[in-house]
Design a protein around this ligand. Structure first.
Ligand code: ADP
Ligand code: MG
Length: 394
């Protein structure tokens, strides 16, 4: 079901409570080391400012575990956001209560106030209804632009929607529309490429995608378990022994449902899990007992790339190898380039996968880079995200 977006609500002069994801990384001196998440929220904030709303931003930062802790104050974010907007962003001392209400009363139309860390209250993660009502009491309208926390039913993501008309912000809307379209009504051929360390992390994603895609590509560490299920020697490679049977079942299921399943045909092996340990490319049938498979090989990468480039929709989650080490990053790099070359809809989700495409400099050539690690995985699993479900239908 399509969700109602920001453009469907009149906000002039209204108090608008916006859930954003300002959970940015900071160093020990509370300096922001990456402001991508702040920048991602700018379209929604700028829209509200231009429309003359009083914008009240609410977010969590880190894990203060329900207690006030200055280390997790959002104050540095207010400063950075003010720089990006070219306009002062006021910082509240709390996220509920009379002092915050007074701050909001002082806010001019078009003004922006950032509330203090909502996780300073344990009621937030408990989705306490009274706490949600107090948050809601601050505003006339609620907007959720924090896709990254939409898989959690917290007071500021779900509970608050019971008390206010609730809309999807621009970032949220793009996330759910692009990924929703791919899962519900994709242009075909539709290819999913799944990698990363473990099968166990992504069983539900694989099982859901298997019912939707034309081509399923499996690479990265998890491919080892599939190769082992086909009877191949995997040496000292990462293999989940207790998932071999499951991998075999998935191979069977792909056959019976007519999904083309591709596994690596060659891999980069090394004797040690080390950045400078000598490595070589071998066929998957020639892996030795003391080998570790740490990346897909060039033949596999070329095979996968060809499928990706000729697809109309591609979803990618999980690196093809230990991309953190240069000599095992080539497979992931080749896939990132193929994604950039593909003319269809290209979507990347998952924390490490997003880091990989950013590192490889192809991010701007993709249709969509999901901002939510856990949330995008749950979305791809076909789960209903509580923070999305609570928003108004279009
Ligand atoms: P994402 O965060 O994109 O969902 P994952 O967390 O599932 O991805 O997987 C990323 C991790 O998988 C990376 O740290 C990478 O080093 C590791 N990985 C990929 N291939 C292998 C492999 N062949 N052996 C061991 N680890 C691997
Ligand atoms: Mg990860």
């Amino acid at each position: 079901m399509e969700k109602a977006g920001l453009e469907e609500v009149q906000v002039r002069g209204k108090k608008v409570l916006v859930r954003v994801d300002f959970n940015v990384p900071m160093n020990d001196n509370q300096q922001i080391t990456n402001d991508t998440r702040i920048k991602s929220a700018l379209p929604t904030i700028r829209h509200l400012m231009a429309q003359g709303a009083k914008t009240i931003l609410v977010s969590h930062l880190g894990r203060p575990k329900g207690k006030v802790n200055p280390k997790y104050s959002l104050a540095p974010v207010a400063v950075r956001l003010g720089e990006l907007l070219g306009k002062e962003v006021y910082m509240a001392k709390d996220c509920i209560g009379s002092q915050v209400e007074a701050d909001i009363d002082r806010l001019a139309d078009g003004g922006v106030l950032l509330l203090e860390n909502v996780r300073f209250y344990e009621e937030e993660e408990k989705n306490n209804p009274e706490f949600a009502a107090k948050l809601a009491a601050l505003a006339d309208v609620y907007v959720n632009d924090a896709f990254g926390t939409a898989h959690r039913a917290h007071a500021s993501t779900e509970g608050v929607c019971k008390y206010l008309p609730s809309y999807a912000g621009f970032l949220m809307k793009k996330e759910i529309d692009v990924m929703g379209q791919a899962l519900e009504n994709p242009d075909r051929p539709f290819t999913a490429i799944i990698g990363g360390a473990k099968v166990s992390d992504k069983i539900s994603v694989i099982e859901n995608l298997l019912t939707k895609v034309d081509i399923l590509i499996i690479g990265g560490g998890m491919a080892n378990t599939f190769l082992k299920a086909q009877g191949l020697e995997m040496g000292k490679s990462l293999v989940e022994e207790d998932k071999i049977e499951l991998a075999g079942n998935i191979i069977q299921k792909s056959k019976s449902s007519g999904v083309e399943l591709l596994l690596p045909v060659d891999v980069v092996v090394s004797k040690e899990f080390k950045a400078d340990s000598p490595s070589q490319v071998v066929n998957v049938s020639s892996i030795k007992a003391d080998d570790l498979a740490l990346d897909i090989g060039p033949q596999s990468a070329a095979l996968f790339a060809e499928k990706i480039i000729s697809s109309q929709t591609v979803i990618w989650n999980g690196p093809m190898g230990v991309f953190e080490m240069d000599q095992f990053s080539k497979g992931t790099e080749k896939i990132a380039q193929a994604m950039a070359q593909c003319q269809g809809t290209t979507i990347v989700g998952g924390g490490d996968s997003v880091a990989a495409v950013e590192k490889m400099g192809v991010a701007t050539n993709l249709t969509h880079i999901s901002t939510g690690g856990g949330a995008s995985l749950e979305f791809l699993e076909g789960k209903v995200l509580p923070g999305v479900a609570a928003l108004r239908d279009k």
